[in-house]
Design a protein around this ligand. Sequence first.
Ligand code: NAP
Length: 250
Amino acid sequence: MRIVVIGGTGLIGSKTVAILRQAGHEVVAASPKSGVNTMTGEGLKEVMAGTQMVIDLANSPSFEDKAVLDFFQTSGRNLLAAEAAAGVRYHVALSIVAIDRTDNGYFRAKVAQEKLIQASRVPYTIVRATQFMEFLGGIADSSQDGNKVRLAPILFQPIASDDVAAMVADAAMAAPRNGIVEIAGPERAPLTDIVARYLKAIGDPREVVSDPEARYWGGRVEQHSLVPLGEARLGRIGLDEWLRRSRAAA
Ligand SMILES: NC(=O)c1ccc[n+]([C@@H]2O[C@H](COP(=O)([O-])OP(=O)(O)OC[C@H]3O[C@@H](n4cnc5c(N)ncnc54)[C@H](OP(=O)(O)O)[C@@H]3O)[C@@H](O)[C@H]2O)c1
């Protein structure tokens, strides 16, 4: 089967491309560097020719509220229109757990992306993941307050990118759900504890301060704001194992 992975050079995209190629599929890793740009529409018609499935794993180069909303809306419209015109039979996209009950600019953009997918006539599965372990450093940096990291002690359940890619590939090989599936890491613990463990493991001296009023990317959060409320498929790689693998890879 010919599969186009939009954002096929990214963190999740490159791992998903490798898994699907290993399974014998013809996989195109599409991104601006390879001449496929979902914002401008460049290369979309050409890459869709003969394509049965599209997996959208692209991300916005800017996380600024307006820029990220524009990215997911414009890209989503261009991509889904090109897929419908080419007769693509299945669209898989990676989204985020809790985006419709927790407010921040990035989550609003992902809600807009999901709405476009749900309104299109291409059969789909949306895979909503919790935060990637690879994103822990970004969370610490976004919550820096002087030489400390100020975070709300809410529940957190990060997932390793290897688990995400494997589960996106599984969703791609299953029938379209025309709905949402949720995936998460194997351990649930306070965000403060997980980020403190991460910083300690990488030798980062910043101290984590627990502050119930601290915001997450500018939005208010409470105990269950970032974790799945219902059934979720769990990854195999816990934080300690992920830290061990990251050290080995470095
Ligand atoms: N971070 C998290 O914790 C988290 C959690 C759940 C879900 N997600 C979602 O997971 C998805 C993948 O994230 P990631 O971290 O793997 O992304 P990433 O590593 O930042 O990769 C982004 C990819 O998007 C491509 N891209 C950028 N602009 C594009 C455009 N105009 N047209 C086509 N492709 C474009 C990039 O191509 P180039 O290499 O050519 O620049 C790259 O391949 C995102 O949709 C994100 O919302 C993230």
